[in-house]
Design a protein around this ligand. Sequence first.
Ligand code: PLP
Length: 425
Amino acid sequence: MTYGFDTLQIHAGARPDPATGARQVPIYQTTAYVFRDAEHAAALFNLQEVGYIYSRLTNPTVAALQERVATLEGGAGAVCCSSGHAAQIMALFPLMAPGKNVVVSTRLYGGSITQFSQTIKRFGWTARFVDIDDLDAVNAAIDDDTRAVFCESIANPGGHIADIRALADVADAAGLPLIVDNTAASPYLCRPIELGATLVVHSMTKYLTGNGTVTGGVVVDSGTFDWSASDKFPSLSAPEPAYHGLKFHETFGPLAFTFHGIAIGLRDLGMTLNPQAAHYTLMGIETLSLRMQRHVENAQTVSAWLEGHDKVASVTYAGLESSPYHDRMAKVCPRGAGGLFTMQLKGGYDACVKFVDSLELFSHVANLGDTRSLVIHPASTTHRQLTTEQQIASGAGPDVVRISIGIEDAKDLIADLDQALNNAG
Ligand SMILES: *Cc1c(COP(=O)(O)O)cnc(C)c1O
């Protein structure tokens, strides 16, 4: 029997606690777990038996969350980590090596552009930025040293929707995994694995937790990629010296990436999610579909209203007929385009700053995917480190304001936006 999404978001990964019968997933606030005996300890350390050793690697509360997100994304397994940015490193780490590159979309969260264009160079990795709507350009950017293609399903902040199926075909033909950041859509609106993605990453900080309480990230593996088909992915296909020559893909099959993420990634990089944070995220996911429905409904109403306002030059919400990505929405995220969009103000940079300062109900914060409506002017904040060309390419030019629509009453949001727009002049 296969359950529907609304059932799985509450039940997947959770079972009554074997020790107490507790119905809700307990917060296992412990660092270590007592071994039955020396033989049990040895089997755990050799990866011959699956179990709990130390909470940098595994924890029962975090494990419940991993199973829940993997189920909702339709993946074979998942590894949680401390933030969305940690998840991006955790996704690339088993694939990359010094001298290797990843082909990435120009339309990404500002922090991801910085992580890929600057920080990963310290590992000897490079990112090649391309317009992912130009499949020939994606193809041309791939060379013998490319190890993955990376995009966002619904791009933050520009309202761009990726043609995941077409990108998966390009990656597949090159023998490479496609990694999709599904943060702005959530698995309720978009299921990248069904569209051909190999790995899905999330900032769980956003819609999955949904109420602005904790940072968290996750990497979900589809379990379908053949890591042994070429010699490109030796971390997964070749003998691992740290585990007596064990080959992850041969030994763990569809769970190879997940086991590697725990046994090597979390063990040695240490970007672990703590059980308290996992608890908050589990609570949030229980209402994911309900929240996403309201986020979409409100974003649809508010964006349509903004589009008609005389201070607004344009609104980039894929749910609007005017969006060039409206048709793609039906293929990629048929239940709606999420709660995030941008608008251009006719008054430019100065009007954007004044508008943000005039809002009362909307909070001016560097976050999205909260129950509360949020606003930010990327050019003066999240995208400040980028050049003007990078800002424009990522959909965050100087005259652009990003809006994350919450689940409040739409009429109250519209009233607040109206007074702030009129104030911005
Ligand atoms: C916020 C965000 C990230 C980074 O996640 P953190 O949890 O803040 O580290 C990555 N991608 C997207 C699309 C985001 O919105």
